[in-house]
Design a protein around this ligand. Structure first.
Ligand code: C2O
Ligand code: CU
Length: 410
């Protein structure tokens, strides 16, 4: 079965901080976030991308184990889609979960201006909930007249933590729930650079998935930390208004709420169970190879031999040859070593990987791993998707100024 959709990227107005006028931005089909694209697991999604933004662009389907030609990376998997041109994206979504799509052309500016939207792959048998709610978390960098501050290419942002917004909020796909409802919340951090340590009140439930991949065991949660591009799924029962906030380091910043209206006459009492797992290759025994990927550069002590602000292993920007050539099916353990003074959210295209715990056991499957300043983390990936795959920091200004490389799976 096909699921066809059209997304037209155009200029538009929105979001609207209440006391100011609308913000001229970019969007898909007249809105930012763009329309919800939904497809059932193992079915094909066909999307015609019509670029009317006034500049070259492309669409990346973040987290989908997609066929390489549909990955949306200009210069690696396709030519950029010129203004006025169209591109047909067509792919099967093998994994059920919470994903998103976004521009992958000058993304540090186009995503910040609004070119992104949610992409949901539905389970064959979805969990039993009263409401399935997408919660986009983002920040915007706005002037006093609520237009974007035009400092997308600001060197200061590039060399530090990235271009942070001065206005942040959640955009839930529905504004109210009933007391006693069981809800699924799909949190997506679409910000360019901000790591959100999210606090949620008013619900009681479990964390059930990260980056679209079900957790083997559902988990209690406190603060849910999401780096740019990361997602978390929560299944929970509503006791009161669901309020979202984050700790800025100085105070609690209120991001918005989903309010309670009425109550559910027959609340669910069944235990919250793990989501059905996706069919992911598990490594057998020891990894065949071990590699180190060192993040270097930036302000405050980031000396490195690369030619741009940031580098991986001393090499800035995309090398002609892949950093890693992996045979299809091989398991590679990669130590992500952060030698810089800033956190980085490292994203591998076309795959999910396991975060490896200190004791060597396999943690959750992710497509983006947050590595804090001066820390390191091992990940283990079974490279089973053939093609050329980008590996980059999802602090988009960091990727723009060197922190990216690629892997070839043959
Ligand atoms: Cu969501 Cu290459 O990125
Ligand atoms: Cu980074």
């Amino acid at each position: 079965m096909n699921h066809a959709a059209e997304v037209t990227a155009t200029k538009l107005m929105g979001p609207e901080p209440s006391k100011y006028g609308p913000t001229p931005s970019l969007g898909f089909n007249g809105s930012t976030p763009g329309p919800l694209l939904k497809v059932r697991q193992s079915e094909e999604l066909a999307v015609t991308f019509e670029n009317r933004t006034g500049e070259a662009s492309s669409v990346h389907w973040h987290g989908i184990r997609i066929s390489n030609g549909m990955d949306g990376v200009p210069g690696l998997t396709q030519e950029a889609v010129l203004d006025g041109a169209d591109f047909d994206y067509r792919f099967v979504a093998p994994d059920a979960g919470t994903f998103w799509y976004h521009s992958h052309s000058r993304s540090w500016e186009q995503v910040a201006r609004g070119l992104y939207g949610p992409l949901i792959v539905e389970e064959i048998t979805p969990p039993d909930v009263d409401a399935d709610i997408i919660v986009i978390v983002d920040d915007w960098r706005l002037d006093e007249d609520a237009t974007f501050i035009d400092d997308f290419d600001g060197m200061f942002h590039f060399a530090h933590g990235g271009r942070m917004g001065n206005y942040a909020k959640v955009i839930p796909s529905q504004s109210s729930v009933r007391r006693g409802d069981r809800v699924r919340l799909r949190l997506i951090n679409t910000a360019n650079a901000r790591v959100f340590p999210l606090d949620l009140t008013g619900i009681e439930g479990k964390l059930v998935a990260l980056d679209g991949m079900p957790l083997e065991h559902v988990e209690n949660f406190g603060t849910v930390t999401l780096a740019p591009a990361q997602r978390a799924d929560i299944i929970a029962d509503v006791a009161d208004d669901i309020e979202f906030s984050f700790w800025t380091g100085q105070d609690d910043y209120a991001l918005g709420a989903i309010v309670v209206e009425g109550s559910n006459p027959s609340p669910r009492s069944a235990e919250i169970l793990p989501l059905p797992s996706n069919d992911m290759a598990k490594p057998r025994g020891e990894p065949e190879r071990r590699e180190i990927l060192r993040m270097q550069g930036g302000a405050m002590g980031g000396q490195h031999p690369g030619e741009d602000i940031w580098s991986f292993n001393g090499v800035s920007d995309l090398p002609d040859q892949p950093w890693l050539k992996a045979e299809r099916g091989s398991a590679v353990q990669i130590s992500l070593v952060n030698d810089t003074s800033f956190p980085h959210g490292i994203h591998l295209h076309g795959h999910h990987f396991y975060e490896v715990a200190e004791d060597g056991s396999l943690g959750p499957l992710r497509d983006t791993s947050l590595v804090n300043a001066r820390e390191s983390r091992d990940i283990l990936c079974v490279f089973e998707n053939p093609g050329k795959w980008l590996l980059h920091c999802h602090m988009l200004g960091h990727s723009a100024t060197g922190m990216k490389t690629w892997v070839e799976v043959t």
